[in-house]
Design a protein around this ligand. Sequence first.
Ligand SMILES: Cc1cc2nc3c(=O)[nH]c(=O)nc-3n(C[C@H](O)[C@H](O)[C@H](O)COP(=O)(O)O)c2cc1C
Length: 205
Amino acid sequence: MSAGRVALAVTGASGALYAVKTLSELLARGVHVELVVSDYGRRLLRDELGDEASLEKIVPYLSGKYGEKVHAGALTVHSNRDLGATIASGSHHCSAMAIVPCSMKTLAGVAHGLSRNLVERAADVMLKEHRRLVIVPRETPMSLPALKNMVLCAEAGAMVVPAMPAFYQQPKSLDDLADFMAGKILSALGFEHDLYPEWTGQVGS
Ligand SMILES: Cc1cc2nc3c(=O)[nH]c(=O)nc-3n(C[C@H](O)[C@H](O)[C@H](O)COP(=O)(O)O)c2cc1C
């Protein structure tokens, strides 16, 4: 996929590191990211990454952690309460969306087309317009309603990419695990990357 506009939603499921890594990789590719963070997504950024990663400070946090390359792209932050934001409309040229991480509550809202807030509405727009929607759910164990909601989303055309990092790439750090998930998300969005080694048939080769 070429640079363009991509919507990124962050909701209140564990895995803030996946969100910031995905955001930094999109920005480094020159993408205009339209970011929307739920109330619990905001809390998650602070709880898991510290106050310096709060939404208000996210750009300096990203450049401090990932380097100045994040300034290649553009960032627009939308309120989750603003159902009149650009990404709430199918006429807006936003080619894809990822929800990273996706809580079971937001998963349910997307699965049932509720559009109660901008995250759910923008996801519904992606489904109705047959554009790429990547959902990264995180919960364990999974309830039957959550499992069924993933099926509903997949049937509606979304790509369900559970937050399940692998270990065959022999991760040494949390960032290595986040790189793996961010790579999977970028692939699902249609971007090339080298965030984890290609599988060669053997561990560690
Ligand atoms: C620190 C923290 C971690 C959480 N982790 C998860 C999780 O992994 N999965 C999940 O579905 N909900 C999790 N929750 C609960 C959700 O945040 C809660 O259901 C919230 O209402 C989700 O709202 P949202 O989808 O609008 O962000 C967590 C909450 C907190 C405070």
